[in-house]
Design a protein around this ligand. Structure first.
Ligand code: RAT
Ligand code: ZN
Length: 411
């Protein structure tokens, strides 16, 4: 029976089509924001941090190089002068293999030839197929001028790319928000008064109408508090939460990032810290109708978040984010969530910044699911439960897609 269970689980996990609920990918029509190809794969900020560490080079001199030289330098540090043992480096090996490239034999040139670096529908379809992914959710920022222009000109959004409205600047410093909104034609006063909040609310309404996002989201530092009397607390209370309620949209919180602890590293310069999860608890308790998707960056917060989700059915933990998206930590976190919540969370998201990331991140998610579920199903079978293939397929479907789709009202 145990061999049969292992076969059923592995087969269900291999075949399930994932919905990726958080990526940084854009459709082909958003051409300048599209990222694919070997040079982008190798200059993923996860790898840049590792290469600069291994190669003892200053971030400034690294970033001064053109993209192909940056990629070649990262490749030399992490693949020629060392074994690719880290999660992100192994990811490149997995991408290469999926495209028929043997990195030892074919090197970076082989990878450049096999991967396409231009926006392309057909290539997107091929990569989605290799990853077994049906749809990805984007991270859409109406305050990014390049992105805003695509939306305003009505660039077509391929149905495989689903929008999510990302609101980080709205919860940041008031002056910076004012500057960013001014670029979008909205002027705020320094007072953060009722008319400013009304203008922000109208801006959100306008973009919800235009983008039709699946959820609103923001990432937050460890000290993020709720409720709060500062301007960001007022924006949340007066603009973001009412927008969620008016449109029945979930709010996704990504908590625990300490931005730019090393500014020279740019995108690679963020760190993590322990969050104050009582803020989430208060938000969940005071807004029982608000669906809250939550992921936390520090390993130390994972158990507290899981316990919190037991108390509030409107809190749904999702994925293993960034520094906890590693083989050992995803196993620990996902097993713990199953043990305390059953299959009522979202197993994984990719956070892909480059199209081909989907391939290795979802291969890892499948390996993770197989590892954790073979163990659990074997255990309930030994305990006396007659396991069926159908129930395994149902739960795998929930973890990879259905829990998320139900939450955003698309099931
Ligand atoms: O994982 C990452 O690539 C980070 O840089 C962040 O983008 C993070 O996932 C976020 O969405 O803020
Ligand atoms: Zn992200």
């Amino acid at each position: 029976m145990e061999d049969v269970i292992s076969h059923w689980v592995r087969d269900a996990v291999r075949r399930v089509r994932a919905i990726d609920m958080h990526t940084h990918l854009f459709p082909p029509a958003f051409a300048s924001l599209w990222r694919s190809g070997a040079d982008h794969v190798l200059t993923y900020h996860y790898l840049i941090a590792e290469a600069i560490r291994a190669g003892h080079r200053s971030p400034a001199s690294f970033y001064a190089m053109p993209l192909p030289d940056q990629a070649a330098w990262v490749y030399a540090q992490l693949f020629e002068q060392a074994s690719p043992l880290s999660e992100a480096a192994m990811g490149v090996v997995a991408i290469a293999r999926a495209f028929g490239v043997d990195l030892r034999r074919d090197g970076l040139m082989g990878l450049r030839e096999a991967l396409c670096d231009q926006p392309s529908d057909r290539y997107a379809a091929r990569v989605f197929e290799l990853a077994g992914v049906d749809q990805v959710v984007m991270t859409n920022d109406p305050l990014d001028p390049a992105e805003r222009a695509y939306w305003l000109e009505g660039a077509p959004v391929d149905a495989r790319f689903l929008p999510a409205l990302r609101l980080d600047p709205f919860l940041g410093d008031w002056r910076t928000l004012g500057e960013r909104l001014a670029e979008a034609g909205i002027s705020l006063s320094p007072r953060a008064d009722a008319s400013d909040l009304a203008a922000i609310r109208r801006f959100l309404e306008d973009w919800i109408e235009r983008m039709r996002p699946l959820y609103l989201a923001f990432s937050a530092p460890p000290e993020w508090a709720y409720p709060s009397e500062d301007t960001s607390g007022r924006v949340l209370e007066a603009c973001i939460l009412p927008a969620c309620a008016a449109h029945g949209l979930p709010l996704a919180l990504m908590i625990g990032v300490r931005r730019q602890v090393n500014t020279a590293l740019r995108d690679a310069g963020d760190a993590s810290g322990r969050a104050n999860l009582q803020a989430v608890e208060r938000l969940a308790a005071s807004h029982p109708d608000l669906k809250i998707l939550v992921t936390v960056l520090s390993r130390e917060d994972q158990h507290e978040l899981t316990v919190l989700a037991r108390k509030f059915a409107n809190v749904v933990p999702f994925g293993c984010w960034w520094f906890v998206n590693t083989e050992s930590l995803t196993r620990e976190i996902s097993a713990m969530r199953l043990e305390l919540l059953g299959p009522t969370f979202v197993l994984q998201h990719s956070d892909a910044r480059v199209l081909e990331h989907l391939v290795y991140k979802w291969a890892s998610a499948r390996e993770l699911a197989a590892h954790v579920l073979v163990h659990k199903y074997t255990k309930i079978a030994r305990t006396g439960w007659r396991v069926t293939r159908g129930e395994i397929e149902r739960e795998v479907g929930r973890l990879f897609r259905d829990n998320f789709l139900r939450l955003v009202g698309r099931a």
